[in-house]
Design a protein around this ligand. Sequence first.
Ligand code: ADP
Ligand code: MG
Length: 255
Amino acid sequence: KGSGEELLKVDSILMQFGGLKALNNVDLSVKRGTIHGLIGPNGSGKSTMMNVLTGIYIPTAGNVLYAGESVVGKTSSDIAISGIARTFQNVQLFGEMTAIQNILVGLHHTFKSNIVDVALNLVRYRKEDQEAHARAMALLKFVGLEDLANEEARNLPYGKQRLLEIARALALDPQLLLLDEPAAGLTAPDIKELLRIIRKIRDSGITFILIEHHMDVVMSVCDTVSVLDFGQKIAEGKPAEVQADEKVIKAYLGT
Ligand code: ADP
Ligand code: MG
């Protein structure tokens, strides 16, 4: 599938909360196989954009085309199944469930396990169950957590919880992965490991939108960066260009 082709097109999105325009006429174009950074000061609309892309918010106006099809008005779960997965700014794992159970939750839509199916066809169910387990273990291994499969998520170090959340998102077999500040609160070695895993996922062909405050992370992995300020896109380009842009510098100094 040709990289360079547009996977996601955000067209003039307006997201209004009462009198506040959290997103004001924002366009984005994300090319397949790239890592697209989304940066901007606190409150500039980054997480709101993620929530629009994943069906948590329905935009006041504008359109979002994913692989050529509008996702506006679709449910979050339909959008996830269509191939857009995400992590959250604040880790959202099931703390009392083990690492592998957290991944199995992410895989559940691949089961056709309505109760009648299960009753009529236990053998097939068990087979799918085993396959899901093997897939979940493979994902844990991919992010280096295979030895922690049976630890409760809440007992994992914070950096590992972030990686577990990414593994859970990958369980959906996404084409587009949205990460909302994945490096927030991580130590320098954790950030290094996160970057290694992001690159490995990118090399497998998955496209990213990466919201991140750590400029070194943005600079080292993003192909293109868009900058939001007060809900508007104020700059866009290669990381080095954007970093040198006066409007961007001013926006960050202003907060
Ligand atoms: P960022 O992720 O860039 O820090 P957000 O997208 O979280 O910013 O927020 C952008 C603006 O929209 C903020 O002013 C925030 O308070 C507001 N906002 C976000 N979600 C809602 C909501 N559900 N209701 C009202 N205001 C919201
Ligand atoms: Mg945010």
